[in-house]
Design a protein around this ligand. Sequence first.
Ligand SMILES: C[S@@+](CC[C@H](N)C(=O)[O-])C[C@H]1O[C@@H](n2cnc3c(N)ncnc32)[C@H](O)[C@@H]1O
Length: 481
Amino acid sequence: MSLLRYGARFLQGKGKACQVILVPRRWKKTKKKWHVPHTQRKMEPSFNALKHFDDNYRHQFGDAWPSIRLGLLSSQKYGALINNYCLVEETEELMKKLGAKDFVQPVAEELEKMNIQDMMEEDSSISDSEHTDLDSNQVLEDSSSLFQEHTDINRIDSENLTRQETMFADKQSSLEEQYIVAPGYEAKMEFLLSSDAIRNTELNTSVVPETEIKRIQKPLSISKHLRCFIPEDINTARFPASKMDSHGVFLQYYAMDAASVLPVIALGISPGDVVLDMCAAPGGKSLAITQTMFIGGLVANEPESSRRRRLKSVLRSYIGFDESNLDVRITAEDGCEWGTMEPDTYDKVLVDVPCTTDRLSASNNTNSIFAVNRTNERWQLPKLQSDLLCAGLQAVKPGGDVIYSTCSLSNQQNDAVVESALYQCQTDLNIEVAVVDLSPLTQCLGHIFHFSDNIRHGQLVLPNLKNNFGPMYFCKLHRVA
Ligand SMILES: C[S@@+](CC[C@H](N)C(=O)[O-])C[C@H]1O[C@@H](n2cnc3c(N)ncnc32)[C@H](O)[C@@H]1O
């Protein structure tokens, strides 16, 4: 009888060979054939994905899992990344009509204030400050005005940054580094207990207890040009298709999950930076990188040809990319090879790895990583992710930064991969890496994105019904030497 509680019902055959069978209530019989509703079809990738998520994430997230699950299965909310190569005033006007507001620049301003405040506090602790009798808001205003004197935007940004860099030089040199011992044993057990990891023996051997992980604080500056608008109305999930401005050359905005802009923000691109986007297609994050208007060069890499075509088309429609463009290059390499191909080369590297794309996999059956014929590929994901991250850490210059990101909720694809790569850097690659604390950024964004408080190294945006963005995990790693 308990099966009835799960939606089963009795069907009784006729005559002597009377049989009782139990079928789910939602199944319908049409023309002697059973019509099995979409969500009930076992072996469909989305069914496998949800089952896998339920099995794993209810342990990982406990009581929070049902609400995250609901967010994952509900309409995603979008952001509109503004294209600076268009007439920005026209796009702003359109955004106003759509009731959307930029979330990036308010955060940029808040971070700048926090940075200045930190600097002031440090100043006053060093000498008996002359500022002590001033109202602190006044101090902030005065200092902010330092950053608003000039008229040429690019010049302002680079000058500000140089000034900020000098001001922060002392601060950084006196950074208090916290050493924490990674809970390796715990991580390894969690890892071993997950069904995927059991089959992934190669990665099991690289997650080692007692790894020392260095944590640092680093001031973060966001380009004044990067803007992403999100609808204020919580029920508006989508933007209309992007159109060209009145010049008729480029598209006005790129609609994407607003959480996907966060790894680019966290990368903290400075004027003149040469950036590698190791896994770039379809191109949302590469485009966001170009919209900082800061880059000295961008290499956007994608080994899969159909996805590379999409990447080219995005960069062509938004910034007029063509093959002769020297600032932006599109390549087709296996990212894992970058460490040997171009070691110590880039100022910033984005490693936005292939993952289980949880939101997509929960509802989509086309080319899903949860399809039975892709099972092996799925089991090998953490190993591939770790190799790509190690290659990124080799490709970045000492003193540069790497962002590792996924759109999965899985601890095995997020924190565990970071731990595995850090261990490999220490043992095999002779690279010194520190995890950068991103909490000042997430504090400023807490009213828009729902961040998990249960993550060791990075930050994880959890889907939720109020502002349904993510999942998006991102972790910032600074190559010390
Ligand atoms: C999560 S997607 C990247 C999304 C992209 N960063 C964006 O924002 O639009 C991961 C990409 O990595 C690519 N990829 C798979 N294996 C790779 C490898 N070995 N090296 C580099 N890229 C790889 C996949 O084809 C896929 O396009």
